[in-house]
Structure formats: C-alpha cells, structure tokens
Design a protein around this ligand. Structure first.
Ligand code: PGA
Length: 245
C-alpha cells in the first residue's frame, strides 16, 4: 500500500456541480456494491454538491445507507456539535439528517471531549474496530493541506490535536462572523491515518485550488505539500473541475 506503484488518476469535469455529482456516483456505487462499507467524509465548501446528490440518490433512487458507517476527517476544538460552524453540524445539515443512516454509525471527532488526546486515540481505535475506511473523500486547502494536516505535517501523523495556520483560519473565516471567531486548534486525522484508507477520492474545484492540485499530483513528495503524500497511495483519484485543472 505504501508503494507509489500507480500514478494518481485525474478526472476533469466541466463544472464544480458535475465534479460533485461524479464523486457522489462513485460513493453510491460503493454503497450499492458493499452496503456495510465504511466511508471517510470531509467538510468544507467543496463537498456540498456531492452530498446534495447523495441525498437525491437516497430520496429518488432509494440509495440505502442503513448499514453504512462514516468517519469524518476533523473537527474544531471547543465547538460542540450543536454549534452551526462545527463540522458535526455541517454533516447533519448537508447529509446525515436527510438519509437513512443510523446516528450512532456517524462518527465525527468530538471537539469538546474532556481529554482531547484520549479522544484522538479513541477515534483511531474506532476506525480500526470497524475494519478501516473503504473510501475516503478528501478536499484540499490552498496550501496543500488535507484534513487539518498543514504544511510541515509528517507522513506518519495520526489523529491528534493540531494548530491551524493563519492561511487556513483566514480561508475558513468565510463561514464565521469574523476571523477572530475561527478556532485556532482542531482534532484531525493524520496523514498516516488517511493513507490507510483502501481508496481515496479527492474533490477539488475552482481556480484557487489549481496550484495545490498540481503540487499534490506532480510535485515532489514532501511535507511542504501534505497532499503530495497521496502519491504514495495505490488507489487515489482526483476529481476536479476545469478551473482547477
Ligand atoms: P473547502 O476546504 O472545500 O472549503 O475549499 C477544503 C479544505 O480546506 O480541505
């Protein structure tokens, strides 16, 4: 799994909507083929269309999530799941509240656990207990981060508490009233955790992601661009729109 024996596959769709629908169809195909699959999920502006399409497939085509388990990549520290900017809240709003997945089958790291280090260990153990992640959906930051693994993150990192860079705080401030409200720390799966997923789908759209996509797919594998470590995985597909290509 660690060998770079397969180059990253890149699929270019004309628009962000079509890219999102394409990723949703890949996820749906897995759910149909393996109803008990374990999905790794992501938050942010990018996956919204993908989740909208999954909800449509559930409602209109009966896509059945009743046996699916999910693990999200990350969560802000100190935001409860009821906070509108928490990633738990995002997932409920955009996906979980609209499909037939049992609530105890959806996992998002807790940002308000009494002992955050223990929460990180427990999260890793949960993933292992469920047999690992079959398909991990990822987004990418302008600085090449995946989840909250910012530049400088080692390849063997695991779920842990991380500090966000100023650039990430700034990028995410669009979801908050002001930049000062954006939490500066988060709990995030590590790069090592992500690379253990059996298959990885990266969704990236918009001109602003072009450089990050290029460094991830073609750049030197290095901590400078955390997404470049994806080149070491045997089954990674990037689905991007024309603007990000
Ligand atoms: P975005 O975030 O989808 O909101 O652009 C992606 C990321 O930072 O990983």
């Amino acid at each position: 799994m660690m060998s770079s024996n397969a180059p990253i596959t890149v699929i270019v769709e004309p628009t962000p909507l079509e890219a999102g629908v394409r990723v949703a169809s890949e996820i749906a195909a897995l759910v149909r083929a393996k109803p008990t699959c374990v999905l790794g999920l992501a938050t942010g502006g990018t996956p919204v269309e993908c989740y909208r399409e999954l909800v449509r497939l559930h409602r209109e085509e009966g896509l059945d999530f009743s046996q699916v388990t999910t693990f999200n990549l990350d969560e802000y520290v100190r935001l409860a799941g009821s906070h509108p900017q928490s990633f738990r809240y995002f997932m409920q709003q955009h996906l979980f509240d609209h499909i037939n997945i049992p609530s105890d089958a959806t996992h998002v790291p807790s940002g308000i656990a009494e002992d955050m280090s223990l929460e990180a260990i427990r999260y890793e153990q949960d993933i292992t207990r469920h047999g690992g992640i079959d398909l991990q959906l990822l987004g990418i930051g302008h600085n090449g981060h995946i989840a909250f693994n910012e530049p400088g993150t080692p390849r063997d990192s695991r779920t842990r508490i991380v500090s966000l860079t100023d650039a990430t705080v700034k990028a995410n401030s669009r979801f908050f009233e002001s930049e000062s409200e954006v939490p500066r720390t988060a709990i995030s799966m590590g790069i090592g955790t992500i690379l253990e997923a059996k298959r990885i789908l990266m969704l990236a759209t918009g001109e602003g992601k072009r450089d990050a996509v290029k460094c991830a797919v073609e750049g030197e594998i290095s901590e400078t661009c955390p997404a470049s470590f994806l080149q070491e995985h045997h089954d990674v597909t990037f689905v991007i729109d024309a603007a990000a290509a």
